[in-house]
Design a protein around this ligand. Structure first.
Ligand code: GMT
Length: 374
């Protein structure tokens, strides 16, 4: 099949999932065309089956806001016609689903049938998309998609709850290429972060409010008072200054390493003992799955799709949003003795196996074939 993939090319989970999906489809012989405003960060391999088409918005002085969505639709039309694509798969509804609908209508005028599939990832439904400034367009674009998928059952339910969606939303969970994760990866070594054999906690996110990174620091502060532990922060975003301020207040800066945006978090995760994700809402929690694939148990909240990924008392623990006492208690239980830690590490890996791309890729292929059959 010739498939166009539209996504955010950034470090965010939706872009990572879209890129990894495209890479895996290309490896199976499909021709994949990424249509994005810059090279996707995880598009780091050469493949004869992968093509990249940049969406470039020119800066005309009339516009206070550049009409990206129109340029995207035009680019979709151009690529579909010239590369003879069979279908488009758009990741994150805003504005990709409505841009795809517009492209579909333009192509229809020219006698070209272009089905498109929309994958909902989370904040497009649970936060941003719910806003009245987006809601009617999102509802329309979801209903007009030829197929709609959500990355968890929780997100599927949120979609029905928040929007007047009249069509079926299928759940296809996120996935990982298990072989790309594991212990002792790249140049990363435990001694770099924990020179005296301390335990290592890791948090990976885009440092937006929804991630509650302050809770990471508060849990870490409680844990390090009982067990020598170091914290590695991976990622960057608007909450970073707030986090730096809090680590000074808690006097923990010397025990925290902030690595900023990291191209391959698997390397950092390979030296970790515990992952922490205290999000306010999380439709899936891809970073938690990446941790588990690296044999790292997860302390997370019980919100959104997280219970579908992290199994309470097995691959880690789930707590109510904001309950840092409970998260710290659970972290101390896991890190407290070597036998318990090794058991949770093994369980985390077992749980991650269920999301291996080998199981999920055929589900997407079957969906594409079904959509093409009409
Ligand atoms: O977590 C983010 O803020 C980024 C966002 C994205 O769209 O890139 O992540 C969402 O999609 C990921 C991939 O499907 C999910 O793993 C995340 O849980 C989801 N984020 C939220 O729901 C907050």
């Amino acid at each position: 099949m010739k498939i166009g993939i539209v996504c955010y090319p950034t470090f965010g989970g939706s872009g990572v999932v879209a890129t990894e999906l495209g890479k895996a489809l290309a490896a199976k012989g499909h021709e994949i065309h990424f249509i994005t405003y810059s090279q996707p960060v995880r598009l780091d391999t050469f493949s004869a089956n992968i093509f990249y088409h940049e969406v470039s918005v020119s800066d005309y002085p009339l516009f206070d806001y550049q009409p990206y969505e129109l340029v995207l639709s035009s680019r979709m039309v151009d690529v579909v016609k010239n590369e003879k694509l069979d279908l488009l798969h758009v990741h994150y509804a805003i504005p990709h689903a409505s841009a795809a609908y517009m492209a579909q209508q333009i192509l229809k005028e020219e006698g070209i049938h272009l089905p498109f599939i929309t994958t909902l990832h989370g904040t497009d439904i649970t936060l941003v998309g719910r806003d009245a400034s987006f809601e009617p367009v999102i509802t329309f674009a979801i209903n007009k998609s030829n197929a709609v998928t959500a990355v968890s059952d929780s997100l599927r339910q949120d979609t029905y709850r928040n929007f007047k969606v009249t069509r079926e939303v299928e759940v296809i969970p996120n996935f990982i290429e298990l072989s790309e994760y594991g212990q002792a990866r790249g140049n990363c070594q435990r001694q770099m972060f924990a020179p005296n054999g301390e335990r290592i906690m890791v948090h990976v996110s885009n440092f937006r409010k929804v991630k509650r990174v302050e809770d990471v620091l508060r849990v870490f502060d409680k844990v390090r008072k009982q067990i020598p532990t170091r914290l590695i922060l991976v990622g960057d975003g608007p909450e970073r200054p707030q986090i730096e301020k809090l680590c000074r207040e808690l006097n923990t800066c010397d025990e925290i390493r902030s690595l900023g945006k990291v191209m391959n978090p698997a390397e950092v995760l390979s030296v970790a003992d515990l992952f922490i994700l205290p999000s306010e809402t999380e439709s899936f929690g891809l970073s938690a799955l990446e941790a588990m694939a690296s044999h790292v148990p997860v302390i997370s909240t019980n919100t959104g799709g997280l219970p579908e990924v992290n199994v309470h008392g097995y691959s880690g623990f789930l707590s109510d949003v904001g309950d840092v006492e409970d998260m710290a208690r659970n972290a101390l239980h896991i890190l407290g003795d070597e036998t318990t830690l090794q058991q949770f590490k093994a369980n985390a890996w077992e749980q991650a196996k269920k999301f291996d791309i080998g199981f999920i890729l055929p589900v997407y292929e079957e969906l594409y074939e079904r959509v093409l059959r009409g």
